[in-house]
Design a protein around this ligand. Structure first.
Ligand SMILES: [Zn+2]
Length: 585
């Protein structure tokens, strides 16, 4: 997905916009009209096309077959997309220069966050729904959400990171769920076929229009032929084939299959999804009065950074309208329901959610940092360190972004303090870069203690080498070892380190093979290096084993952090109570 659409989405959306909708004039032609009137007209056009398509689907067997076949093709192509994401690399440790961090690909490799988001989403599905849904988090700093016709809803770490509360997040998930529940993908296919059929009807009536659609079809076929469903640029052949196909039958419908996932749904579909989401969120006892706030937040974020606002927001100039609509629902249609819910109380953001946001915002903040999305990176990482003060990676990258974009003496001081914390909480000696940056920042001060500077520089070099050696030794361990460290800390064992595997029942011959392979790989990176090309997901970072000095007691005490331990302790207590009750019965 990372490569997908980013370059093509804009092109194809533009093209999609220029397809004349059912009886619609080409947009951007003529003078500006009243948006409210335009919206009204669009609803009428949409309803007319929908009615035309439904009638034809009922009456015309050939049309029905075509729609069904195209929908099956769409389902297949979406299954393939899902398969690629589900089976692709999830995470690995990367090191570039003095930085070490965990790269997430395809799916965000954090099982606890994935599970939390999925449960939140499942909670919003209408009880009587016959569809099955899966809510998944993708690692992508650009805030977006997209749906597959398979029932999969993808939400990016970037979107989750800018949404303020569980209620607002619930609304985003419910909106995407609604597109699936309301069968918008099938509707899309039917409307596209209907539009084509309508064009053919018209073409039969007018030779001039016939020629126009054929020419336009050739152009569209050529363009879309180059953007196959995988989102990878097609070769000349597919473009030529597409053009031939498009030209031969002058059809628009084929474009649908090749559209990137982030389609701009028709505003009628968007409004329907908004309505269903509003109801679902209220029924799940989340405070729908936060919905306008969500739109306002997104609007502000999108104004700051134009990369924000794809996907969920759809058409940016409609945010205002959708916000007004939500305000209207709150003030009128749902006023009584809201008042009733207020008596029992709305669900508020849980401690669990807040804690998980520390991990997600750290990881997204790092992604945003490397994508030069400075504002998002700074705000994500500031939140991450505010929630969990003992996370060396969060401190390190927060310091890096502050140092990079800071302009004032205060920014500089804060960056240095954050580098300092990054070294102090680095109990596994993996955050070698923090020592280097700290030394260089200290060196700017003429009165700096020279011994301190040389000590930090020395730590940088020895930690780097230690990491490099341990990295090779630990390649057999799982790629989400960093998460396991987090769980271990959460469950009260912050000093845990993975044990070397017990190999006594392994035939020595296998060990010889393994040693031989290791010795014969001269191409193996000699220093920490980006390993995106290594699908074997090499083992990860270093540990404190092997004669490293023990972690100071005062740091150990701080590590679990009260906020993290409290809910876990409550959960443990409640499990214990339940177990005792079961025993009593
Ligand atoms: Zn939508």
């Amino acid at each position: 997905m990372a490569i997908i659409g980013k370059s093509f989405a804009s092109v194809s959306l533009l093209v999609a916009l220029s397809i004349p909708a059912f009886g619609q004039k080409l947009p951007f032609v003529g003078k500006k009209s009243d948006p409210a009137k335009e919206a009204e007209k669009n609803v009428l056009r949409y309803e007319k096309l929908k009615q035309y398509s439904l009638d034809r689907y009922r009456e015309n067997l050939e049309f029905r077959d075509e729609v069904d076949q195209r929908y099956e093709e769409l389902l297949r192509s979406h299954s393939q997309r899902a398969y690629a994401r589900n089976t692709g690399v999830s995470s690995y440790i990367a090191t570039v220069r003095e930085d070490r961090w965990r790269v997430h690909e395809n799916l965000y490799d954090n099982l606890v966050v994935q599970d939390h988001i999925n449960r939140l989403g499942q909670h919003l599905v209408p009880k009587d729904s016959e569809r099955a849904f899966a809510f998944k988090v993708i690692p992508e700093p650009i805030p977006l959400a997209e749906t597959l016709s398979t029932g999969t809803i993808y939400i990016s770490t970037g979107l989750i990171s800018v949404v303020d509360s569980e209620a607002q997040l619930a609304y985003v998930l419910a909106h995407e769920m609604a597109h699936v529940q309301l069968d918008h993908w099938k509707e899309r296919v039917m409307l596209d076929c209907g539009q084509q059929a309508y064009a053919e009807d018209q073409a039969a009536k007018s030779a001039r229009i016939g020629m126009f659609t054929s020419l336009l079809g050739a152009g569209l076929g050529g363009i879309f032929g180059g953007i196959p469903g995988t989102g990878i640029a097609g070769n000349l052949n597919s473009a030529v084939n597409g053009m031939a196909l498009g030209g031969a039958i002058g059809q628009f419908a084929g474009a649908l299959l090749n559209r990137p996932l982030i389609v701009s749904w028709d505003q009628v579909e968007e409004d329907a999804a908004d309505q269903m989401a509003f109801k679902a969120v209220l029924e799940a006892s989340y405070d729908v009065r936060e919905v306008p706030t969500l739109y306002a937040t997104m609007q502000k974020a999108a104004a700051r950074d134009t990369r924000i606002g794809l996907g969920f927001l759809g058409s940016r100039h409609r945010i205002e309208q959708r916000m007004e609509k939500a305000k209207d629902l709150i003030a009128n249609a749902y006023q009584a329901d809201i008042a009733a819910k207020l008596k029992t109380g709305f669900l508020s953001t849980t401690a669990e959610h807040r804690n998980l946001m520390a991990e997600l915002k750290r990881d997204n903040g790092i992604m945003a940092y490397y994508n030069d999305m400075f504002e998002m990176s700074r705000s994500n990482l500031a939140d991450a360190v505010a929630i969990r003060d003992n996370d060396p990676a969060a401190h390190y990258f927060y310091a890096k972004v502050l140092k990079l974009i800071g302009r004032t003496v205060e920014d500089d001081r804060l960056a240095q303090a954050e580098f300092y914390k990054a070294t102090k909480f680095d109990t596994r000696d993996e955050n070698f870069g923090s020592h280097l940056h700290l030394a260089l920042m200290m060196a700017r001060d003429r009165n700096a203690d020279k011994a301190e500077i040389t000590k930090e520089l020395d730590s940088y070099v020895s930690d780097y080498a230690h990491y490099n050696v341990m990295d090779r030794a630990l390649r057999a361990f799982p790629p989400n070892l960093d998460s396991v460290y987090e769980y271990m800390t959460l469950y009260g064992d912050p000093g845990w380190r993975p044990k070397p595997p017990d190999l006594k029942d392994v035939d020595p011959a296998y060990q010889q093979i393994s040693d031989g392979v290791a010795a014969r790989v001269p191409g193996a990176p000699q220093g920490p290096a980006m390993r995106a090309d290594n699908p074997a997901e090499p083992g990860k970072g270093t540990t404190g084993v092997g004669g490293r000095p023990p972690v100071p007691a005062e740091l150990m005490n701080r590590i679990p952090g009260g906020q993290i331990i409290a809910p876990v302790q409550q959960m443990k207590d409640s499990v214990q109570q339940q177990t005792q009750q079961i025993k009593k019965q």
